[in-house]
Design a protein around this ligand. Structure first.
Ligand SMILES: Cc1cc2nc3c(=O)[nH]c(=O)nc-3n(C[C@H](O)[C@H](O)[C@H](O)COP(=O)(O)O)c2cc1C
Length: 325
């Protein structure tokens, strides 16, 4: 389908990195629905350099057999290169690196990292060159349109990173100022792929198969990243693949959603232990029940009462009994 350096990617759908969500248990669950490669959530270069244990744990990969990418954030070509080398020592199975140039969160941008980099296209190129030279691996970048509507620098950034040997760009066509709300500006990235010599992925409000097809058609991109739209809805990834394979779409019912939800939570327990996994699950599992009859009380209980795995089972049992479903 497309290549990242020498690495062949066979699917058009990628699970987008989401800090606090796409840990390896979550990725393991989602991967089997058909993603082209696997990417970690963003990992701090300085965290790796200081040997922070939690930061290092983000580099654990599930054994999916898929190419695996570590996403780093930082603002300095040297520290990012050092961190990439450390990451490879911790996990020699990293296939390539992605640099986060998109994160709009103040804690990140105030250090010059994430979407702040969009204000300095030349530095973006230097970072790519430096990480590539230090690791000998392919480097990709994830960008936004720019920092705000008066500084739409994405074309300059793409030019600089491409000249520096970048292997793929993912664009989330919102500005950093827009954070995660409003509609992505697909009009501003119309036919973008035609202007580029390297593969392009797009990210932003991919909530349905039509959203994916629309984004691919407008931009000419090689693939899409599914982010919030896939939380609680892994079938979205399957169905985007089904479209391209001329296969029938699948729909899900309550029992399928319950089994997916339980499978995900079990993966998170294996990864994090029950106490932490149940806390993390509270923010995720409600999404499996969007749109189901009388699910308000169910979702409320899931987001507040989950402490053990049996709480999950009991809350789901109560819902089924109360609603005769
Ligand atoms: C909670 C959360 C955490 C995110 N963390 C990351 C991250 O670590 N790295 C990154 O490149 N993008 C991150 N993103 C951005 C997503 O990958 C994606 O580009 C963005 O959410 C737009 O897609 P959507 O509108 O379909 O959700 C995050 C988004 C959310 C909502």
């Amino acid at each position: 389908m497309f290549k990242i350096g020498d690495i062949q990617i066979d699917k058009k759908v990628i699970l987008a990195p989401m800090a606090g969500i796409t840990s390896f248990g979550y990725r393991k669950f989602m991967s089997r629905f058909g993603v082209g490669y696997v990417v970690t959530e963003m990992i701090s270069d300085m965290g790796l350099i200081y040997g922070n244990e939690e930061t290092k744990s983000y580099l654990k990969f599930e054994n999916s057999g898929l190419p695996t990418c570590a996403q780093l954030f930082g603002s300095n070509p040297e520290t990012l290169a050092m961190a990439a080398k450390i990451a490879l020592e911790i996990n020699p199975n990293i296939a390539f690196f992605d640099i986060n140039m998109a994160c709009p969160v103040k804690k990140v941008t105030s250090t010059g990292a994430g979407s702040s980099l969009m204000n300095n296209p030349q530095l973006c190129g230097e970072i790519v060159k430096s990480v590539k030279a230090a690791t000998g691996l392919s480097v990709t970048v994830k960008i936004r349109l720019g920092f705000d509507k008066d500084h739409l620098t994405f074309k300059e950034v793409i030019k600089e990173v491409s000249a520096a040997g970048c292997s793929l760009v993912t664009i989330h066509p919102r500005t950093a100022k827009e954070m995660y709300s409003g509609l992505p500006h697909w009009d501003l990235v119309k036919d973008l792929r035609k202007e580029m010599g390297i593969p392009l992925l797009v990210s932003g409000n991919i909530n349905t198969v039509d959203d994916a097809l629309n984004a691919l058609k407008i931009t000419g991109a090689d693939g899409v990243m599914v982010a919030r739209g896939g939380v609680g809805n892994p079938t979205l990834i399957k169905n985007i693949n089904h479209y391209f394979n001329n296969e029938e779409f699948e729909s899900t019912d309550l029992s399928t959603q319950i089994s997916y939800c339980k499978e995900l939570v079990k993966n998170l327990i294996d990864e994090k232990g029950e106490l932490v996994a149940m806390r993390v699950s509270r923010g995720i599992v409600t999404k499996f029940f969007d749109g189901f009859k009388n699910s308000k009380k169910l979702k409320n209980r899931l987001s507040t009462e989950l402490v053990t795995y049996s709480d999950l089972e009991n809350i789901l049992k109560d819902y089924i009994q109360e609603n005769y479903v």
